[in-house]
Design a protein. Structure first.
Length: 103
């Protein structure tokens, strides 16, 4: 039963990977001498200029990233499926614990 579920899951993940993982936009804020995105003039003036740092600016941008809870859950399930399939190969392996139980 579990072997069938693991096989179905792996086939679904293959289809998902061919279409691409889910990506979200994440706000990133940084202090840099080569700005990207929106310049935060007020923050630069209050935090950097008063300390005499004239060669850097504070900026904000939105990055697309695939680091999100849905993709992390997919990864954890893949790790579990790999561990499970390896345990099926070696009958002397100890029983598996759930990934949530080890956190």
């Amino acid at each position: 039963m579990i072997a069938h579920l693991v096989r179905e899951y792996l086939e679904s993940v293959e289809v998902l990977l061919s279409q691409g993982l889910m990506r979200n936009y994440v706000r990133r804020q940084s202090v840099t001498s080569s700005p990207k995105g929106r310049l935060l003039v007020a923050a630069t003036m209050t935090r950097l200029s008063v300390r005499g740092i004239d060669f850097q600016v504070e900026c904000e941008r939105f990055e697309r990233t695939d680091e999100n809870p849905a993709n992390q859950a997919l990864k954890e399930a893949l790790v579990w499926a790999r561990t499970w399939s390896e345990a099926q190969q070696d009958p002397r392996a100890p029983p598996l614990r759930s990934a949530a139980g080890s956190v």
